[in-house]
Design a protein around this ligand. Structure first.
Ligand code: ADP
Ligand code: MG
Length: 552
């Protein structure tokens, strides 16, 4: 039998070193990670069997079996899921493939406190080395003849070779428990851990100690199919951790059933903190698609609109065919209906939350507002609701303001919603363009998210009030706030009526030539001598800056 010794990728070695020496107190999560992997493996095989039924024909019932050998101090986790061949083992258990673990490593470089971070990110399979000093994996990929063995003490190398005594399909992982981790050889302890972290797993989990009868440990029904009243907050949270690979308390959860033309159940979560890859173009989709309890894909771009990409959870529908291929999901009219239905539900839930608990909503907005605003130009159906939800900083408001509140504070004679955009809220607040507005007490919204430049070009107004950039020409300050009414309407004319100013303007124009379109006397300045403005109809200054950065 041929065996080969291979080295871990350098990052894995480093990670394993941290894991093995970590004093992280919550070591029991290793079992959650291994059960979670076993469950994912069953889901993947169930999906593969939709088109290749022979893969599961001789053993159609998925299961996860824990076996405890108290004498040998080993704990074995076996599943009859998809399994891994040699290549899979090398790739999955020898490199840092998953995004959560990669994020862990990134954070490590900046913060160094690995122990805390293990709890925050989880390190998947590698967390076994918190409790074991040797791990052996025997696996056979469904449909393949050869089984493979992977063994490592987690110190730099692993051995890979052909395996003889192997399950018919799936993966068997044996942990040789460390001397000081004997507590995990206690069936009572294991029972509690499985109940705490893995009760939501929709596959039966059993525990067998020595030669005794196996006992069943979990409810084994998909959590989203159960009535809400029978699910505890802790169970919801554990499911969220599993489905989202997250480790925080979700900020909000939505468990609902849509009935009528199309039927689907949703269990969706909004994380309490910003996922690190929210703006990465190659991020994974966070919501899994099931059809009648069968996992179909976690990579369906059509299921959730991009502006709700922070959502995590599952959608399970009765109405798609089980044998749907991933290609058939593209431009599927049924999926479009589900997407619109989900969007409507989520936006209306956010609206309720914003009314009920404005402070909590503001926290959400700080994390995800920039993403949500993409919906203002992307989703015709939710545009109006999203504009109402949107929060902005402004020159005079304390904290954040809604557009409706801004409108209610508009000055007499003011008929537009003024805004100024720039990359950094504090910096734009000091723009000379704002001086005239400040002098008249006119509030100006501060647009500091790049996305503001995009939605604002497609939305002419809010409740009949036009949006106007203060950096554009013709800021109609003269009409606002009766008392200081200025007869000259200076901005509209090239000349100012004052000969000194006129000759200054002529001089500036001659000096700058083609670099400027026009030079005008302005009312918007009270302290600064000059400022740049864009003409009405021309591209906004900040947008021009953003486009230049992207070489447009
Ligand atoms: P993650 O589950 O987030 O991908 P893990 O470190 O837990 O990260 O697992 C790494 C990979 O190893 C998984 O993505 C999967 O491809 C593979 N794997 C782990 N356990 C199993 C298993 N029991 N059966 C099949 N594949 C597995
Ligand atoms: Mg995992």
């Amino acid at each position: 039998m041929s065996e080969e010794k291979l080295s871990f990728q350098a990052e894995v070695s480093r990670l394993l070193d941290i894991v093995a020496h970590s004093l992280y107190s919550n070591k029991e999560i290793f079992l959650r990670e291994l059960i979670s992997n076993a469950s994912d493996a069953c889901d993947r095989l169930r999906y593969a069997a939709l088109t290749q039924p022979e893969l599961t024909a001789d053993d159609p019932d998925f299961k996860i079996d824990l076996t405890l050998d108290t004498d040998a101090k080993t704990l074995t986790i076996a599943d009859n899921g998809i399994g891994m061949n040699r290549e899979d083992l090398v790739e999955n258990l020898g490199t840092i493939a998953r995004s959560g673990t990669a994020a862990f490593m990134d954070q490590l470089d900046s913060k160094q406190d690995g122990t805390n971070l293990i709890g925050q990110f989880g390190v998947g399979f590698y967390s076994s080395y918190m409790v074991a000093d040797k791990v052996s994996v025997i696996s056979r990929r469904a449909g393949e003849d050869q089984a493979w063995s992977w063994v490592s003490d987690g110190r730099g190398e692993f051995t890979i070779g052909e395996a003889e005594d192997a399950p018919k399909r799936g993966t068997r992982i044996t942990l040789h428990l460390r001397e000081d981790q004997a507590e995990f050889a206690d069936p009572m302890r294991l029972r509690t851990i499985v109940k705490t972290y893995s009760d939501h797993i929709p596959i039966p989990i059993s525990l067998r100690e020595g030669d005794k009868e196996p006992e069943s440990l979990n409810t084994a029904s998909a959590i989203w199919t159960r009535p809400k009243s029978e699910i505890t907050d802790a169970q919801y949270t554990e499911f969220y951790h599993h489905v989202a690979h997250a480790f925080d308390e979700p900020w909000e959860r939505m468990h609902f059933k849509a009935e009528g033309m199309i039927e689907y159940t949703g269990l969706l979560f909004i994380p309490a903190s910003k996922p690190f890859d929210l703006f990465h173009p190659d991020r994974k989709h966070g919501v899994k698609l099931y059809v009648r309890r069968v996992f179909i894909t976690d990579d369906c771009a059509e299921l959730i609109p991009p502006y709700l990409r922070f959502l995590r959870g599952v959608i399970d529908t009765e109405d798609l065919p089980l044998n749907i291929s991933r290609e058939m999901l593209q431009h599927n009219p049924l999926l479009t209906k589900i997407r619109n239905g989900v969007a409507k539900r989520v936006v209306s839930e956010l609206t309720k939350k914003a009314e009920k608990d404005p402070e909590a909503f503001e926290k959400f907005w700080n994390d995800f507002g920039a993403v949500l605003k993409e919906g203002i130009y992307e989703d015709d159906g939710q545009r109006a609701a999203l504009l109402k939800l949107a929060r902005f900083r402004s020159t005079t408001a304390e904290g954040m303001t809604t557009l409706a509140d801004y409108v209610s504070r508009m000055k007499e004679g003011q008929d537009a919603i003024y805004y100024i955009s720039g990359a950094d809220g504090e910096n734009i607040k000091r723009s000379p363009q704002l001086e005239g507005f400040a002098a008249k007490g006119v509030e100006v919204l501060l647009f500091s998210d790049p996305v503001d430049e995009f939605w604002i070009t497609s939305i002419p107004d809010f409740e009949g009030k036009a949006f106007k950039s203060v950096t554009r020409g013709g800021a109609d300050l003269g009409k606002i706030g009766g008392a200081e009414k200025d007869e000259k309407e200076g901005e509209e004319e090239t000349g100012s009526g004052d000969t000194n100013v006129d000759s200054l303007i002529a001089f500036v124009k001659l000096t700058l030539k083609e670099q400027v379109k026009d030079v005008r006397a302005s009312e918007r300045l009270t302290e600064s001598a000059v400022c740049l403005v864009a003409d009405e109809g021309d591209i906004d200054i900040n947008l021009e800056r953003i486009l230049k950065q992207h070489n447009q």
